[in-house]
Ligand binder design. Sequence first.
Ligand code: FPP
Length: 259
Amino acid sequence: MIEVMTKVMDFKKFFTKEKEVNDALNTERIPLHIAIIMDGNGRWAQQKQLPRAIGHKSGVEALRDVIETSSSIGVKYLTLYAFSTENWNRPVDEVSTLMKLLVEYLKKEAKELHANNVKINTIGDISRLPEVAQMEIHKAKELTSNNNGLWVNIALNYGGRDELLRGIKKMCSEISMGKLTIGDIDEDLMGNYLDTANTPDPELLIRTSGEYRLSNFLLWQLAYTELWFTNKFWPDFRGSDLIEAIIDYQNRHRRFGKV
Ligand code: FPP
């Protein structure tokens, strides 16, 4: 507890001009799991008449800041939409830039993430990623496997529909082998066949760039998640914006279908 409080104090130092905002944060009610659709890298670059690749590169800065803040305030799980099953339809150059950025990011940051007790995980079918990316992912997962601080799920070649289909196919094959019966299927069991098995559903979803849709992200898991949108493009998003979203979340009344 003292360790957490010290971290919160450290983190508060970064935000003197948002003092009132930070004072409004209830550190006892930090969401356990936050999911983020990091959108707007391309438009951010376009606005500045820069190549889209620079937008993605600047997006990594935002990622760094958000991971640091999440870790310091005690968020337990952070799930980040980095590359969707639909993103393969982008120009080959852009796909290659994104893959290179991922490899660079893991090569450069895995050690520091490990030093900060962050556990790295992925969701999505990573078997379609370039081998070098798969290798770096594997190394980062191995290195951080015993960490019990912030758990960062990077969604790569991820689509909510694809995840459900893979889960359902696995379930059907286990039924045909007699390992499972139809009667065993309920919501908890379905959850165990998803890439997010053993992870609680996100309490809060953030999407940047002024778009208001889910874009095939965590379709099952977001059933009762609170949604928060901002017009900021992802490269401009910082820990202070995350805090703003959390404060807004903390002021909502979640009813889960009840009165
Ligand atoms: C959406 O912006 C963003 C992406 C498709 C990629 C997200 C990637 C990063 C934040 C950086 C790399 C990530 C890692 C894990 C190293 P967009 O390109 O769709 O922007 P637009 O809608 O303005 O075109």
